[in-house]
Design a protein around this ligand. Structure first.
Ligand code: AMP
Ligand code: MG
Length: 487
């Protein structure tokens, strides 16, 4: 175990030099107060929960104090935003404080989001507001608990520093943890500025530290694209299976590690709607729920384009062609598990598609609770309960009969099937309205609701006594809340 005073740093990315990032100190926020902390994220740094109770904790994670071995850097990257290329983005309101080396030999980037202006701030103020910091904190930890690869969140710190958005708000800081903060957009930056030596250096760096197995392949850079593609396909399959809408899948928000990254106006689906658009600024629905699959492929093509100085185009094309089959295999596997199947049958894909079509027709089926309730009782009883949310009752009954027949062929005990289904179908999901309620309380100075919601979401599959409120369907006002990008 470590303490805040004995954290060990090994700043590898900083070692790449000034062509890749710029040294800059965080700009502190006033009267820092710890809003919420994740014990399991603390454990990644070998820190015990009580370390967060020390006064110095909020000081360190609000930019008011700095470890002598930390080496704060703002990274440069670019990226495609809503399909158009932005030649220079970079850490405009965040800093890589340093890389913590834990006792298990893992490196964890400590990223301070909301740390003030950097050379990449463009028109922005370098700040993050309390609501967006809480939203990212809750989402990171909730996705992780659901088994969806994600960056992690250590804590949120609030302040009295004013920030102007649509109205006056207060600045906050979020500490994000990830094994790397390299994005697709890092590669695009060096490609489009024709810095091909740096592009190669970056690819070598990522391979050495994050994809060492690629070195054993005849073409390591092609192998890198394949490995990133495999992880991205699996991540998106998990999003689709669990109804998670990212909302801003720009290439600068795509992690080279295939983890969910840069949370903005995300949403978990309440009522199932494949066309759901969670980002208020997304007029054309480019990042709608069902578009996430082709967009992930598009983003991988943008990464492949950036790798053209290192790999033959035909090889890149062949690699990109692997995306859909890999995605489908993961997605179908997850949906089979959600439906309680332990084996694969030919008709499964069609059964899933028919179910989603029936849900789409009614737009009144709570996506998460449908699967949860399906495992609650005997299948025949469960079908009677969930049936009420469909409009095409004939169609649903026909589906239900096929589903029962399919389950019969599996032939498991009810209790065993129920335990298996409950272990993959969450009772508690981070609904936008739950986040909004907790944020409203935090903005009024009460952090308890955020902490409680976070606690509940760390065990999404376990029924928790007294927490029924979090397992309800959203009230009408809470459905389809549209969140803007201004964070
Ligand atoms: P995002 O929409 O959060 O992915 O950010 C896109 C780009 O805008 C990144 O380069 C951010 O660093 C930058 N950015 C977003 N908000 C701010 C802000 N308040 N101040 C400075 N830069 C920002
Ligand atoms: Mg971003």
């Amino acid at each position: 175990m470590k303490t805040l005073d004995t954290l060990a740093f090994d700043n590898r990315f900083a070692g790449l030099g000034d062509g890749f990032s710029t040294h800059i100190l965080p700009e502190p926020i006033a009267e820092p107060r710890l809003v919420v902390v994740s014990d399991s994220a603390l454990a990644l740094l070998d820190l015990a929960p009580h370390e967060a109770q020390r006064e110095v904790f909020a000081e360190l994670f609000s930019g008011n104090q700095l470890w002598s071995d930390a080496e704060p850097r703002a990274m440069v990257y670019s990226g495609h935003q809503f399909g158009g290329y932005s030649p220079r983005l970079g850490d405009g309101r965040g800093l890589l404080l340093g890389e913590v080396l834990n006792d298990a030999g893992e490196h964890w980037d400590l990223h301070l989001k909301g740390a003030g202006m950097t050379p990449y701030s463009r028109m922005g103020d370098g700040r993050a507001v309390l609501r967006s910091s809480i939203r990212e904190f809750l989402a990171s930890e909730a996705l992780h608990a659901l088994g969806i690869p994600s960056s992690r969140a250590l804590c949120v710190t609030s302040s009295s520093t004013p920030v102007w958005r649509e109205k006056q708000e207060t600045a906050a800081m979020l500490v994000r943890l990830a094994p790397s903060h390299v994005r697709f957009g890092h590669f695009e930056y060096f490609y489009y500025t024709r810095q091909h030596d740096q592009l190669k250096q970056l690819a070598d760096y990522v391979i050495e530290h994050h994809y060492p197995a690629c070195l054993e392949q005849p073409q390591p850079y092609a192998a890198l694209l394949k490995a990133v593609l495999e992880r991205t396909a699996e991540m998106v399959a998990r999003w689709q299976a669990y109804g998670f809408c990212h909302g801003v899948m720009n290439t600068d928000n795509m992690s080279i590690l295939g983890i969910t990254f840069d949370f903005g106006p995300y949403a978990f689906l309440d009522d199932f709607d494949a066309k759901h658009i969670c980002n208020h600024s997304d007029d054309t629905g480019r990042y709608s729920f069902s578009n996430q699959v082709p967009i992930a492929h598009w983003n991988l093509s943008a990464l492949a384009q950036a790798l053209t100085p290192l790999v033959e185009v035909d090889t890149l094309r062949e690699t990109l062609d692997l995306f859909l089959p890999i995605y489908q295999a993961h997605y179908q596997d997850l949906m089979r598990k959600r439906l309680g199947f332990t084996s694969a049958e030919d008709g499964d894909e069609e059964l899933v598609q028919r179910l989603l079509t029936l849900m789409q027709a009614g737009k009144a089926t709570d996506y998460s609770l449908f699967f949860r309730h399906l495992g609650d009782q005997t299948p025949a009883e469960a079908l009677k309960v969930v049936r009420n949310d469909f409009v095409d009752l004939q169609g649903f009954d026909a589906w239900g009969a096929d589903y029962l027949a399919r389950l019969d062929r599996e032939g498991f005990e009810q209790s065993e099937r129920q335990a298996r289904m409950h272990a993959v179908n969450p009772l508690y999901v981070l609904r936008n309205y739950l986040a909004q309620e907790a944020i409203a309380a935090a903005e009024a100075g009460d952090y308890e609701p955020v902490r409680e919601l976070h606690q509940v979401l760390t065990r999404p599959f376990d029924e928790q006594p007294g927490k029924q409120h979090y397992a309800q369907r959203p009230p009408d006002w809470g459905k389809h809340l549209s969140i803007s990008c201004s964070s």
